[in-house]
Write a protein that binds this ligand. Structure first.
Ligand code: PLP
Length: 377
């Protein structure tokens, strides 16, 4: 039996998603830009997805730009906003995902009209809204992928607007785990990912507050009201829409259940493994994420040991797994380099069970003991 505890990398599909995608592929081969019957059917399917995505975040369908991934949404948000504004100072938090951080660096390298600064975080990973410097554009993630810390987005939005700036929020890890309410947040641009939320990969969305101008980044067709050229991945989008519907129905009970499993895992780790450190905020955190440092062990060796024992976890962001560098986000939280190299992220979700948690707790002490011996040797 394999135990999957890497939902923050990709979540298993939610109920009904696979069937909806298969049904779409079997019955609807049209291009949504075509005017014939098949095209119109595909267009209606996309319109329905836009409605489903909008509903789950408290927005209007016309405000949702469908894209291929959260990475693309983050690129469109930052490059698109800076492009339309003709540049400006961009501040990102110090713990953003590479799809924000690298995009921000690229924008500053590519144009003398763009500068990039960082907003620091405290030891628990939180941005202090009162410490934000003036800027034209800010990008602060709702929930961190590596340690799960949640930011106070309404307070951050207020501070950004007081400086006259716009706020982009990467909510790729938030959707399906904590409420995403664009009205309550007060943000201007919000990124969503399908495959983190139980839909298929190949779909994502950028919510754009009415009146916020974006320069298109993919040029060609006039899709998505000229904001994203290219034939849409309708099948993946259909699956994303179904995942949003499921989230709308199940979300609170599921979050409570997943948080209880996460807490069971942490209590068990503390009881069974000496000298462990939990990263991130103890309360303001995603219900599903537990990032633990095992000082004296290498995160990579721990992951390999867990994998051999049938457990899939991660050392942080999937994009940096396999690299020997410690996570920049974890270092930005003031964690020392050797401790940052010993972090394992367990991320749970809608299919996780107590049986799985208890099985991990039985095998983990031996995996850690061996990994620590290897480092010591
Ligand atoms: N933003 C965050 C916070 C993420 O965790 C990830 C993926 O790990 C992304 C963006 C990129 O998501 P996608 O795989 O949909 O491009």
């Amino acid at each position: 039996m394999r135990i999957y505890m890497d939902y923050n990398a990709t979540s298993p599909l939610r109920r009904g998603v696979q069937r909806a995608v298969a049904h779409h592929l079997e019955t609807n081969g049209g291009n949504p830009s075509s005017i014939h019957e098949e095209g119109r059917r595909a267009r209606r399917a996309l319109d329905e997805v836009r409605r489903q995505v909008a509903q789950v975040i408290g927005a209007a369908a016309g405000e949702v730009v469908l894209v291929g991934s959260a990475t693309e949404a983050n690129n469109l948000a930052l490059k698109g906003w800076l492009g339309a504004a003709g540049g400006g100072h961009l501040i990102t938090s110090a713990i953003e995902h590479p799809s924000v951080m690298e995009t921000a660096r690229w924008c500053a390298d590519a144009s003398s009209a763009v500068t990039h600064g960082l907003a620091s975080v405290d030891g628990l990973g939180r941005v202090d809204p009162d410490e934000l410097d003036p800027a034209a554009c800010y990008s602060v993630m709702a929930a961190n992928n590596e340690v799960g810390v949640l930011q106070d987005i309404p307070a951050i939005a207020e501070a950004c607007h007081a400086h006259g700036g716009v706020l982009h929020v990467d909510a790729a890890q938030a959707l399906g785990r904590v409420p995403v309410d664009v009205g309550a947040w007060g943000a201007d641009l919000v990124t969503l990912s399908s495959h983190k939320a139980g839909g298929p990969s190949g779909a994502g969305a950028l919510w754009v507050r009415p009146g916020v101008e974006l320069a298109a980044q993919l040029h060609g067709g006039h899709q998505e009201r000229n904001r994203r050229g290219g034939t849409e991945n309708v099948a993946a989008a259909v699956g994303f829409g179904v995942a949003c519907d499921v989230i709308l129905g199940d979300f609170t009970a599921e979050a409570t259940q997943v948080a209880a499993l996460r807490d069971r895992l942490w209590s068990g780790v503390v009881a069974a493994v000496p000298d462990v450190v939990r990263l991130g905020h103890p309360e303001r955190t995603l219900p599903n994420t537990l990032a633990v440092a095992f000082p004296g062990a290498s995160g990579e060796v721990l992951l390999m040991g867990l994998d051999l024992a049938g457990v899939s976890a991660s050392s942080g962001s999937a994009c940096t797994a396999g690299s020997l560098e410690p996570s920049a986000a974890v270092l930005a939280m003031g964690v020392s380099d050797p401790v940052a190299r010993s972090v394992v992220r367990f991320s749970l979700g809608h299919l996780s069970t107590e049986v799985e948690v208890d099985a991990v707790l039985r095998l983990l002490p031996e995996v850690v003991r061996r990994a620590r011996t290897e480092v010591a040797a």
